[in-house]
Design a protein around this ligand. Structure first.
Ligand code: NCD
Length: 337
């Protein structure tokens, strides 16, 4: 795809070559993300970060990624503090805010709303999650993490085995990731969820149509047994009619060290888009996994900055200038791995 000046709304926009390009730019961002060097390539540029749903990682890492490239960030969080609560339309909001920004990241609870906003925006818009629909930048960072973890074991993406667990019906990270997996070859995807929260048919069909093996199960111990990656997810409480309804499914698929040791192959990588729900009634990934070197959840979150830096540099057309606008850092910088 043509990145310069374009929106990123859905992973449907990407071909395999686009993803390879994003990942190779992301690799080059590492020493800036680790603060070994600083670059001012986006000096003077403004990111409009508009989050109308709760967010920690996505909002802050988009902001950090932009700052690390030398740009400034302006934020709106929640409907209450926005004129949308006074009845302003997405169209007007987009027209106005795109006059204040060079690029916009937006999260909104309604599927399709970010695309609607983008249609009225005068600058590129990145979808930071639109309801239960898609979360393209998360899927990219998930795939980037899978690739790194697999390469660490001398493997590639083609032919790997992944188990996706939890709320596959409403989990937008799962939706976008399954679509990306359909660009690769020979993948085995095991889908573990309560029957009511199964992955919608269109995504299953997409995987099967390219020849991937799809196994549907509601048994965690079988589902995590013969895979390279376990991708756990949270019950998407905010998509249910009531908290009580979400409670029915909470805590059904819990992974802890004992279960991992008993059922997983050695060195199975554990991922989660985060936040993991650590309340006792949910606890899908127990804290006793924190010392397990195969727990990749924080590496995954770190990778988000690299991938988001790459997207900004590509959309704003500065990939080739990142290094020429760089210098060493002035301060003592400690960062433990
Ligand atoms: C996810 C999301 O918002 O879809 N979080 C994230 O962006 N890393 C997953 C979730 O909230 O469960």
């Amino acid at each position: 795809m043509q990145f310069i000046g374009n929106h990123i709304l859905s992973v449907d926009q990407f071909e395999r070559g686009d993803i390879e390009q994003i990942f190779s730019v992301a690799d080059k961002m590492e020493h800036y993300a680790l603060r070994r060097r600083v670059t001012r390539v986006l000096e003077g540029a403004i990111l409009g970060n508009m989050f109308f749903e709760p967010s920690t990682r996505t909002r802050v890492s988009f902001g950090c990624a932009f700052n690390l490239l030398g740009g400034e960030v302006r934020e709106t969080t929640g409907f209450k503090v926005s004129a949308i609560s006074k009845g302003e339309s997405l169209y007007d909001t987009a027209r106005v805010l795109s006059g204040y920004s060079d690029v916009i990241c937006m999260r909104h609870p309604v599927p399709g709303s970010v695309a609607e906003f983008a249609a009225a925006s005068r600058v590129p818009v990145i979808n930071g999650g639109d309801g239960a629909n898609e979360h393209p930048s998360q899927a990219l960072l998930d795939l980037y993490t899978i690739l790194k973890e697999m390469r660490h074991k001398g493997r590639e993406l083609d032919g790997f085995r992944i188990s996706m667990i939890g709320d596959l019906k409403y989990g937008r990270t799962v939706h976008s990731l399954t679509k990306l997996l359909a660009l690769y070859k020979n993948i085995t995807v095991t889908l573990v969820s309560p029957k009511e929260l199964q992955l919608p048919e269109e995504y299953v069909e997409r995987l099967r149509s390219v020849g991937h093996e799809v196994v549907v199960s509601s048994d965690l111990s079988l589902g995590i047994g013969h895979v390279d990656i376990v991708y756990s997810t949270r019950i998407q409480e905010e998509r249910f009619a009531s908290k009580e309804e979400a409670d029915i499914y909470r805590g059904k698929f819990r992974l802890n060290q004992a279960i991992y040791t008993k059922y997983c192959e050695p060195n199975t990588v554990i991922m989660h888009p985060l936040p993991r729900d650590s309340r006792s009634e949910a606890n899908e990934l127990d804290n006793d996994l924190n010392q397990n070197p195969n727990l990749a959840i924080f590496r995954q979150a770190d990778n988000g900055v690299l991938v988001r830096m790459a997207l900004f540099a590509m959309i704003l057309g500065v990939v080739d200038q990142v290094d020429t606008c760089s210098r060493g850092v002035n301060w003592y910088h400690r960062r433990d791995v």
